[in-house]
Design a protein around this ligand. Sequence first.
Ligand code: DGP
Length: 126
Amino acid sequence: MGYAYDDQNIFARILRGEIPNTTVLETEHSLAFRDLYPQAPTHVLVIPKGAYISFDHFAAEAPDTEIVDFVRAVGEVCRREGVTLTAGEGFRMISNAGGHGVQEVPHLHVHILGGRPLGRMLAKAD
Ligand code: DGP
């Protein structure tokens, strides 16, 4: 079974300019903007402009140019937010996928969180 992308998801609508966002960085193939419900002083979402649901979808089907652009965009956001190991105190990247990953928006996004100690990676499972 292939990947079935829903082009009515919120981030697709942001990419079409139908919903406003607070942009941190825009590149040829990627967009980074602030999470609406920040969980840390830095909470930025980085998304590819292409129609990919999840990281596995992106890794399987995106051209190399889009993958390089996306990875570089993540690094540049970290630099701009001052959370790199050269200028700051570090960060966490999270990319939720599917039901077990508790993904709410079915367009690939990486959360970049930082600006405070973030605690352990996972809370205990329910
Ligand atoms: P996830 O569970 O990984 O799919 O997280 C989706 C994130 O998207 C969540 O942290 C809240 C954020 N979010 C949802 N709707 C909007 C929106 O309209 N604008 C922005 N900037 N963020 C949103």
